[in-house]
Design a protein around this ligand. Structure first.
Ligand code: SIN
Length: 509
């Protein structure tokens, strides 16, 4: 049996912006943050290039930001949650600035704000072109490390959830270098990130494989919208895993998408060309590549010699792959970037399981719908992470009467590699029943060989619900069923009540 330790406070699993925002907000309650990687590594927040969207300009208002968020989400955003996100946004950005995040200034005492696709106002607070995630995380990490009530333990991989007789989540099972430990607490906040590591091409740390999502689902938590996966159009295609990102801001600056013949092809796909919605641009790049014409982001005229100062992160990534973006177009490919689906939470981060909270990419707060608005993810992590922290700090769980430990192994490397290829090929930018059924068949086979692992469970939620949604909506594009519904509905599922496989899948078995 694993040794058990007791923590008289809140456990936060994950140390991205959502997890650390939750930890800071939960104090003065005692908080223990558990992370696998050293702080500022292994989390998507630190890799974010865009920035934080918030109604900070004199000509902007939270209601306008909320309206843009709802419009981007293709009919599936919860308007009340979007309003909450937008209303609390400006304060969240100011708080991070107070902690030391060096947002670009406008020279008049305000934030310098950038316009991004699908925003009706310039409202993205950035840091030196593409440095927002790194700089924000450095500031928040320093605040957490200096906080007397927060203890951080790294090198801890989440392996299970402890559930008591009443069904309440009471702690976690962690693996530290092969040594398992149970940590019992008053409440658990999962801030374990997304599912990028389930895809062969991803812009997120590859270790993010939906473990929190999978374990919560195995414990019986309600899950929403797992079929909605956002693919970033312009991951830099230099054979690196994960693929470095070429921020959308480059297209905002005027960079063009061209194919191997030098044709700027976006006008063939959408009237707004390079500034079309993210999913449209991702599909256009996918189509050019599938047709053998290739896709490249040409920033030579728009950024040129300014690259090293204007976009230092993208510049360094390109050079590492032998591409000088001042003189050559950048080869690009769509990549898994963000999971809109996740563990269902209320406005305070509480899940359907008592004692369990969720925040950040692994949660579904209802603000992203079928397509997340650019630069809303760091904002959501800060706003709803803090809300989850405040709510979890009030939890009192009482005497522990343990019922079970929900554990799930992870796939071994060769099986994971097979899964990642299948997810990118069959559950990617363009989907159809045939490919999704093939992916489901692979999941069945891998589950038979390796058991119900957390990563397979996260993949099963995504694939099954993608098969069940026989329509194209937002980031979920079905080549075999293109119509978009007039009144789309969100998906709400639990693992024991997943939609059945449709007839074509069953016939193929
Ligand atoms: C980007 O900089 O292109 C990504 C921003 C985001 O995903 O919100």
């Amino acid at each position: 049996m694993a040794p058990r330790i007791r923590h008289d406070g809140v456990l936060v699993v994950g140390a991205g912006l959502a997890g650390l925002s939750a930890a800071l907000a939960a104090a003065p309650r005692k908080v223990m943050v558990l992370a696998e990687a050293p702080l500022n590594h292994g989390c998507s927040s630190a890799w974010a290039q865009g920035g934080m969207a918030a109604a900070l300009a004199f000509d902007d208002a939270p209601s306008l930001h909320a309206a843009d968020t709802v419009a981007a989400g293709a009919g599936l955003v919860d308007p009340a949650r979007a309003a909450l996100l937008a209303e609390e946004g400006p304060e969240a950005v100011r708080l991070l600035a107070q902690l030391g995040a060096p947002f670009d200034q406008d020279g008049k005492g305000g934030f310098h704000l950038s316009l991004e696709a699908a925003h009706s106002r310039a409202r993205v607070a950035r840091v030196k072109g593409d440095q927002a995630g790194r700089a924000i995380m450095a500031a928040v990490t320093a605040a957490v490390m200096a906080h007397p009530h927060v203890e951080v333990r790294t090198g801890q991989r989440l392996r299970g959830l402890l559930q008591d007789e009443a069904g309440r989540i009471r702690g976690v099972l962690v693996d530290q270098g092969g040594r398992l430990t149970e940590i019992v607490a008053q409440a658990v906040i999962l801030a374990t990130g997304g599912i990028g590591g389930l895809y062969a091409v991803t812009t997120t740390p590859a270790e993010l494989r939906g473990e929190g999502l999978g374990l919560a689902a195995l414990a019986g938590a309600q899950i929403a919208d797992p079929e909605f996966v956002q693919f970033h159009p312009t991951a830099i295609d230099i054979g690196r895993d994960p693929a470095p990102l070429a921020t959308e801001a480059l297209r905002g600056e005027g960079a063009r998408l061209i194919n191997r013949d030098g044709e700027p092809f976006m006008a063939r796909y959408h009237p707004e060309a390079e500034l079309a919605p993210r999913d449209v641009v991702a599909r256009a790049i996918h189509a050019e590549r599938a047709a053998g014409r290739g896709a490249f982001l040409d920033a030579r005229a728009a950024v040129g010699d300014h690259f090293p100062e204007a976009f230092p992160g993208v510049f360094a990534a390109c050079l590492s792959g032998g591409v000088d973006p001042r003189t050559a177009p950048i080869p690009v490919a769509p990549a898994c970037h963000y999971h809109m689906g996740g563990i269902v939470t209320d406005a305070a981060g509480a899940t359907s399981l008592a004692g369990l909270f969720a925040a950040g990419e692994c949660a579904s707060t209802g603000v992203h719908g079928a397509n997340r608005l650019a630069s809303n993810s760091l904002l959501e992590a800060a706003v709803f992470g803090a809300r989850a922290g405040r709510a979890a700090a009030l939890a009192e769980a009482g005497e522990l009467r343990m019922a079970r430990t929900i554990t799930a192994p992870l796939l071994p490397p060769s099986a994971l590699a097979e899964l990642r290829l299948a997810m990118s090929a069959d559950v990617g930018v363009v989907r159809d029943a045939e490919g999704l059924c093939q992916a489901l068949g692979l999941l069945d086979r891998l589950e038979l060989a390796h058991g119900r692992t957390a990563d397979l469970t996260a993949a099963r939620l995504t694939v099954t619900c993608a098969l069940a949604r026989r329509e194209s909506l937002g980031a979920h594009y079905r080549a075999d069923a293109r119509q978009t519904p007039d009144h789309p509905e969100r998906t709400f599922v639990t693992l024991d009540a997943l939609p059945p496989a449709p007839a074509p899948c069953l016939a193929a078995e």
